[in-house]
Design a protein around this ligand. Structure first.
Ligand code: LAC
Length: 230
C-alpha cells in the first residue's frame, strides 16, 4: 500500500455528520425533552437514520420517489421514540429535527480545515443542501470550505459509487488525488472502494468494519489531519 502522502492529495472531501458536526450534540435537548433518555435516544436515532439510507438505496436504486435525508431523519426519530417508549408531541419532535440544523462542529474542525488550505476542501454528505447550508453557516466552518455537495444530485445515498463520483466531477481530479475524510468507517471504506485516498477519524478507538478494504489511514482526531495529509 502506498502511503497517502505519496499519492499527492490535491483536495479534500469531508463527510458532514459525525465527522465535522457532532450528531450527538442533540443529547442536551433530548435530555431536556425526555429526561434520562437523551443519550439512548440520540444513539438509536442515528443508527436508524443510517439504516434507512441503506434501505432506501437498496429498495429504490434509481432514486425515483426517493425520500431525502430530512424525511428519513424524521422517520428515524419516530422509530427511536417509539422503541424507547417515549411519547413526545409534534412540537418536541419538530424541535429535535430542527436541532439537526444547528449541530455543534467538533472543536478541532475549523483548525483542521484551515490547516489544509490552500488545497480545496469540500463537504460530500447524505444531507440535503437545505440541511447542510445552515450547519455550515452557523458553525462558521464555511470560511474554510470551498463547496458543499449533497447526495441528492446522485439520487442515492452513500456508499453508492454514484455519490463519490459527484466529488470527482466537481473537483476534476483523479480519485486517488482526493483525500476523503470520514468518522464513519463504512463511509471511508466505501470511498476507498471507489478509489479515493481515505482517512478514517476514529475518535473512539473502535474496531474497523470487517467489510471491504480498510481505510488508508486511521487517525484519532481531525487535528492530526494537516500533519499526515501532506
Ligand atoms: C453524511 C453521513 C454519512 O454526512 O454522516 O453523509
Amino acid at each position: 500500500m502506498s502511503s497517502p502522502s505519496s499519492r499527492s492529495i490535491q483536495a479534500f472531501v469531508f463527510d458532514a455528520y459525525g465527522t465535522l458536526f457532532d450528531v450527538h450534540s442533540v443529547i442536551t435537548l433530548a435530555e431536556t425533552l425526555a429526561a434520562g433518555h437523551g443519550s439512548a435516544l440520540s444513539r438509536l436515532w442515528r443508527t436508524k437514520q443510517l439504516e434507512y439510507t441503506w434501505l432506501s438505496s437498496l429498495m429504490n436504486p434509481d432514486g425515483e420517489a426517493r425520500d431525502d435525508f430530512a424525511a428519513l431523519t424524521a422517520r428515524a426519530l419516530d422509530y427511536a421514540l417509539a422503541s424507547l417508549g417515549i411519547d413526545l408531541g409534534a412540537g418536541a419532535h419538530a424541535q429535535l429535527c430542527d436541532a439537526y440544523l444547528a449541530l455543534s462542529p467538533f472543536p478541532d474542525a475549523a483548525a483542521a480545515l484551515s490547516g489544509l488550505a490552500p488545497r480545496p476542501r469540500w463537504i460530500l454528505s447524505n444531507g440535503t443542501l437545505a440541511m447542510l447550508e445552515p450547519l455550515v453557516r452557523r458553525s462558521g466552518l464555511g470560511a474554510h470550505l470551498d463547496g458543499v455537495l449533497s447526495v441528492d444530485a446522485a439520487g442515492i445515498f452513500k456508499p453508492s459509487p454514484r455519490v463519490y463520483q459527484l466529488a470527482v466531477d466537481a473537483l476534476r481530479l483523479p480519485p486517488s488525488q482526493i483525500g476523503f475524510v470520514s468518522s464513519n468507517c463504512w463511509d471511508a471504506i466505501g470511498a476507498r472502494s471507489f478509489g479515493f485516498t481515505t482517512f478514517w477519524i476514529n475518535r473512539l478507538g473502535a474496531p474497523a468494519d470487517r467489510h471491504g478494504t480498510p481505510p488508508d489511514l486511521i487517525i484519532d482526531t481531525l487535528a492530526d489531519l494537516p500533519s499526515v495529509a501532506v
